[in-house]
Design a protein around this ligand. Structure first.
Ligand code: FES
Length: 570
């Protein structure tokens, strides 16, 4: 095996080069035998106190290291830029591609034979996998795990309740003091959001793709078994290096199809669509927006987890975790897809048991026959848009109404509570210029709050349409990711207040009433888009980011460059 190790191109050298490569490692107190043909395993760590969901990762990395050492590997931990969903402005999504570049170049440039990707908060998972795919050495993911369920005034709470608290606060039904207490009650342990938001959907995606050991998705961060999983993952990556089991061996079309079906069954985030498209494009597996609709159409909702259901990730773990969900999907999944532990998908879930049918349903009696992501098309979204039916209101799935158009998020904030706004519950709220290029960075503002005067009537949902994203913890009849986004032209940029919009989730249609002549007249009047940054990373982002329907990656990052580096540094 030694001659095959990539790290030997550094540590196995004689003369000046080998001297330099080894000598500066030895200043860390590392003995010579560590360099003698052991697989060098990178631990790619997104630890940061500014990413609270990942703040326990230094401790978790110690468990990974124990596993690597046990299996005869040599662990080397390294940091990459971390993305905390809650603190980063204007949106963490602006930096997903930047982190993926950091990860890709850090892995390729350094003497690693395999890598453990430590992921938690939303964007850290796709960013690390995208970067690793473009190098394609043996890699395994260790997720940080969800928080324990929040407890407030005798009720279970999680991130999805923030949207409810926010509406109650706006209506004067909740005080600031109560909000402050609820904050502490919700975030009462280490870990990422405790609902089936984007972080939990990403951790589930990882497990469904076969990129982690079984049970990665749901073990709470505070549960000692999370550390055990980290240690076993450290052990396993050494085996993966010995077997040369690379990402491209695991990430086949079958694996992607499995992930889409699992995401449907768990009521996963709409952000899953963008991230999976981007990962597929890096590893070179053909995947289209329409695949999400086709593959999830016959999958019912099995996980009764917020925001589509009632419970939390902690409950899902105690009920049997993702393997129990996957076992229910036995008739749908590709059981022969290979996973990181060397076993097939089916072998991993074959012995799974469900301990609570109120949390994970039997496929014969699902919580909701509707699940997954529906892809909408029509003259309002020529490149497609998405909606998550399980988080929407059934009475709005087929709806026509007058558009109330906001040109950007500032316009929305200024006017939404204006008593003079001509809006009723049948109106359709439209928010433009929150797409990848337009914002830039595609923020999670798509589930925009309803006007106060509508809330005052006791109405809690309206049809909302934007070219932005929605937090995976959000809910409502919210159409997202409209492509092409307003900033690059296309019909969405031309819709005006008063136009009649038709949404029909059953027939996958999103259109507005407009004649060709009127469309043309508006197009001629339209001003061309100019980037909002004239230098730096944001300028690069605006020039190269692709539309949401393609994964919002940079056009020059698709595919992989492999792991070979032919020139030495000295
Ligand atoms: Fe980090 Fe929700 S804020 S996962």
């Amino acid at each position: 095996m030694e001659s095959k190790l990539r790290s030997r191109n550094w540590f196995g050298k004689t003369g000046k080069d080998g001297f330099i490569y080894r000598a500066w490692m030895k200043n860390q107190g590392i003995p010579s035998y560590e360099f003698e043909g052991k697989p060098v395993i990178g631990i790619c760590n997104t630890w940061s106190e500014l990413t609270p969901c990942n703040a326990h990762f230094r401790e978790l990395a110690e468990s990974v290291k124990r596993g690597i050492l046990e299996a005869g590997g040599f662990p080397v931990e390294f940091p990459v830029m971390s993305l905390g969903e809650t603190l980063i402005k204007p949106t963490a999504m602006l930096y997903r591609n930047l982190v993926s570049m950091d990860v890709e170049e850090s892995i390729r440039a350094n003497p690693m034979d395999g890598v453990v990707l430590m992921c938690g908060c939303d964007k850290t998972t796709p960013a690390l996998i995208m970067g690793a795919c473009s190098v394609n050495i043996p890699s395994i993911v260790v997720s940080g795990g969800p928080m324990l369920t929040g407890k407030y005034k005798g009720n279970d709470i999680g991130t999805s309740d923030i949207w409810r608290f926010s509406e109650e606060f706006r209506m004067g039904k909740m005080t600031q003091d109560e909000m402050t207490v609820a904050e502490a009650c919700m975030a009462r342990s280490r870990g990422h959001c405790a609902v089936m938001g984007t972080a939990s959907s990403m951790a589930s995606m990882v497990e469904a793709l076969g990129l982690s050991l079984p049970e990665n998705a749901a073990i709470p961060a505070a549960d000692s078994r999370r550390k055990v999983l980290a240690q076993l993952s450290g052990q396993r990556i050494v085996g993966m290096v010995k077997e040369n089991l690379r990402l491209s061996d695991i990430l086949t079309r079958k694996a992607f199809e499995n992930a889409i079906m699992v995401n449907a069954a768990i009521g996963g985030s709409t952000n899953f669509v963008i991230h999976l498209l981007a990962i597929a494009a890096r590893i070179g597996v053909p995947l289209k927006l329409e695949d999400f609709d086709v593959l999830s159409a016959s999958i019912p909702l099995l996980a009764n987890i917020q925001p589509s259901g009632k419970y939390f990730m902690e409950d899902m773990y105690y009920a049997g975790g993702l393997p129990a969900v996957m076992k229910e999907l036995d008739g749908y999944l590709h059981g022969d897809a290979i996973t990181s532990n060397g076993r097939t998908t089916k072998e991993n879930y074959a012995d799974a048991a469900c301990y609570n049918r109120d949390v994970i349903a039997d496929i014969k009696s699902p919580f909701n026959k509707t699940s997954g992501i529906v892809v909408l098309k029509g003259n309002l979204a020529e490149g497609g848009a998405v909606i998550k039916p399980s988080a929407a209101s059934s009475h709005l799935m087929k709806h026509s109404g007058k558009a109330i158009v906001f040109d950007n998020i500032e316009d929305y904030k200024k006017r939404i509570d204006d008593p003079g706004l001509e809006v009723d519950e049948t109106s359709v709220l439209v928010l433009k210029n929150v797409g990848p290029k337009g914002y830039p960075g595609m923020p999670e503002v798509g589930n925009m709050g309803l006007p106060k005067k509508i809330l005052a009537k006791g109405i809690t949902d309206m049809v909302r349409i934007s070219d932005g994203r929605m937090s995976g913890t959000g809910f409502g009849t919210v159409v997202l990711h409209v492509s092409p986004e307003a900033a690059v032209g296309g019909n969405f940029s031309l819709v005006e207040t008063g136009d009649i919009i038709h949404l029909d989730v059953y027939s996958r249609a999103l259109r507005f009433d407009i004649s060709d002549e009127e469309l043309e007249r508006r197009r001629k009047k339209q001003k061309s888009f100019s980037p909002a940054a004239d230098r730096g990373y944001v300028n690069l982002y605006i020039r190269h980011v692709e539309q949401a329907s393609m994964g919002a990656d940079f056009d020059f990052l698709k595919g992989m460059s492999g792991s070979e580096v032919t020139r030495d540094s000295h």
